[in-house]
Ligand binder design. Structure first.
Ligand code: ASP
Length: 368
């Protein structure tokens, strides 16, 4: 009996120790990467991706872009530094770019085929997975604000067109005259694309008429046409409370028609944020970003495949999107403050700033 008891006691001790071992290997990690509270925060922005080549850029224009990127990111950084929310930082940072004629969002929005401006935007809160979006608004100065109000002050996620503007008016938004969105550069871009389009119309000898297919004319090598596709703005941020948020705002693509809506207002394609993984804002050829569900795919690769943010971003932007024939890029920040600025175009206006206030600004692919 005593023997049996001693034996049982020995077994109990053995298993007890094993469990202890298991527990100690599961202890919370105190590595740098887990410091996502108190002092760890960060922000990253983009101002569009495309055929942005140094040889086509004047020094003064380059300086103007860099200055505006710095101004925008500093606004968000200050909010985060003072303990403000990532949503607040994303909205206010995007506002600076929406108010600048340099970017294809708000004031600098590109023109539709009919010579008007239709704006899209979306925002997502990684803490609650709540989201808001607007599409095709024509009189709202800062569509990202309206997207945020859709998220916080309506029971919906996405509103479009005149209905979205009616909602804005119930909240006291001032409706802008459409002339506010007129910029000479963007208007000229539309004219160039329209001219090119006319040149592509053909009438065969047999009387058949039509438009040359893109594959037949290689028009996407034309920098004017290619550039006219991009210029969206976006922001992703991590605040001191460990909350992630992302937002995107755009005028869409030059010469768009039939109320075309791109990826920017589509949650999961243009914007996604989840405190468990990352916050992402996209820019690029929207149709391909919708089909690739870019922003969510990056988050999902992290969540389900255990990839790092950088690995996931590279997989989607360098492999999945180009495999379908699309191009563009993303900016993203993960729950630990790691940042990705991945693009497969010649350039992407971008900037990031960490909790130490270190600022990185980039435009072209290689080291500038
Ligand atoms: N993604 C935007 C759209 O397709 C365009 C852009 O990013 O510049 O509407």
């Amino acid at each position: 009996m005593v023997k049996t008891l001693t034996y049982l006691f020995a077994i109990f001790l053995l298993f007890g120790c094993k469990n202890e071992e298991k527990r100690s290997s599961k202890e919370p990690i105190s590595s740098e990467n887990s410091k996502n509270t108190a002092e760890n925060f960060g922000i990253v922005i983009h101002g569009g991706a495309g055929t942005i080549l140094k040889k086509n850029m004047s020094d003064s224009l380059e300086d103007a872009y860099k200055a505006k990127l710095k101004e925008a990111i500093s606004v968000g950084h200050e909010i985060l530094k003072n303990g403000g929310s990532s949503l607040e930082a994303v909205t206010n940072t995007i506002n600076v770019m929406e108010d600048s004629p340099l970017f294809n969002a708000g004031k600098g929005a590109v023109f539709t085929h009919d010579g008007s401006n239709e704006l899209d935007a979306s925002i997502m809160d990684g803490a609650t997975l709540n989201a808001g979006a607007v599409a095709g608004v024509k009189h709202v100065k800062n569509p990202i604000d309206l997207a945020r109000d859709v998220m916080q002050k309506s029971e919906h996620v996405m509103l479009y067109g005149s209905g979205a503007e009616e909602f804005a008016q119930t909240l006291g938004y001032k409706m802008m005259d459409t002339s506010y969105f007129y910029t000479q550069n963007r208007y000229e871009s539309l004219q160039r694309v329209l001219e090119k389009e006319t040149a592509l119309q053909y009438v065969r000898r047999d009387g058949h008429s039509g438009t040359l297919a893109k594959s037949e004319i290689n028009d996407f090598e034309d920098p004017y046409i290619k550039n006219s596709k991009f210029g969206t703005v976006g922001c992703a941020a991590l605040d001191k409370h460990g909350n992630l948020a992302a937002g995107t705002s755009t005028g869409g693509m030059t010469n768009k028609r039939w109320n075309r809506i791109g990826d920017a207002p589509i949650i999961g394609a243009g914007t996604y944020a989840n405190n468990a993984t990352c916050a992402v804002s996209s820019t690029g050829w929207g149709e391909f970003f919708i089909r690739s569900v870019v922003a969510y795919d990056i988050s999902a690769l992290m969540e389900y495949k255990g990839m790092s943010l950088q690995e996931a971003a590279r997989e989607v932007i360098q492999k999945k999107v180009p495999a379908l024939g699309g191009d563009g890029g993303i900016v993203a920040i993960d729950k630990d403050g790691n940042v990705a600025m991945e693009f497969n175009t010649a350039g992407m206006y971008r900037a990031t700033m960490n909790s130490d206030g270190e600022l990185v600004i980039g435009i072209y692919k290689e080291n500038e």
